[in-house]
Design a protein around this ligand. Sequence first.
Ligand code: SF4
Length: 411
Amino acid sequence: MAEGEPVNGKQPTLFEGTKRLVYDEAIDLTLQSLQAYGPDHDHWGIAWSGGKDSSATLTLIVHLIDVGRIAPPKTLTVFYADTRQELPPLAIAAARIMEQLSERGIRCEVVRAPLDKRFLVYILGRGVPPPNNNTLRWCTRQIKIDPMSEALEARLDELAGNILMITGVRQGESAIRDQRIAMSCGKDGAECGQGWYQQVLPNSKGVRGRIATLAPLLHWRVCNIWDWLRIYAPMREYGGWATAAIADAYGGDEASEVNARTGCAGCPLASKDLALDTIVATPAWAYLAPLKGLKPLYRELRLPKHRLKKTGLEFRKDGTAAANPQRMGPLTFEARLMGLDRVLSIQSQINDAARAIGRPEIDLLNAEEEARIRELIAAKTWPQGWEGDEPTADTPMGLVFRDGSVQPLLV
Ligand code: SF4
């Protein structure tokens, strides 16, 4: 097909006269990479977090297939990573885009952690303290990496041959090829877990060798992303995608100026709620302001008074002391119920306001998750290695050293 020629005689394309995309060089390179690697794979998968880069990748690729610029694979599967902690404007935009995918007959799998491993159920039901930057950073693997890895393996079981996994990773975002970011919260505009595919795909048992990866927007600059999401993708001729709200969630016109990182609402590992601050500063989303209460709640739940502590007098079977004999541990039942109450109250404050002003409601904790949390508490569930008879961590006690020696309390 010649450059600028309308596809099917009616639908304009990115490459056409007055509608020519300003960043057409960026799109050209994307096309070249898809044309070079795409045909070698019958099956494609798109890893989609709902954030700006993977949403741009997803909608652009579907558009390019729609207008015949790239040949469609035999199967296309979109894997939407739903942590259940998504920022509401992004979650709402993702839901709308999923409807648009389904209208096109594109298979979209919503990938979630199993109920007991979801962020809030794990904390409030099982009693594992909220993650922090030092010791307990369990969340990225548990709510993002493992579920995606499992979904991918399940899909591969249904397919013959290999799959081309397409991601929205961009070089401009961070040192993306640095494995160190694979498990960390995003830095410099990246998103938490953005490197998950590097972590998951090559190491995943049973799928090694059956997955190739491609990041066709690797060379895009952030301004290319905003232009696509805000200007082009929403236009009917580029697919009419519900992507403008994604760009707005990152701060609209100011977006390229701020450190546009997203992750879970109230992420305890981020020093500031930058994305949430940006969202609630927008009049239409100001009613989400109670979400600002999540981060202080997570911080509070890590306090000694809400947790149990080993006395240091428990010894291993071989008689040696534990490596960290007086470590702090899980949340007391009272703390979990307090946390549950606060989360539900944040949710109902927001949803009462949403109903009053005709705005979308949020789904921070659904009925199934709440019931499971209450069930786990009622069943007196403790994380492995804890019995529940340990003292709370604010109980004064003598100091036990690793060699088993004790410095008694000075009274
Ligand atoms: S955004 Fe924060 S809370 Fe969510 S998975 Fe990443 S590090 Fe954990």
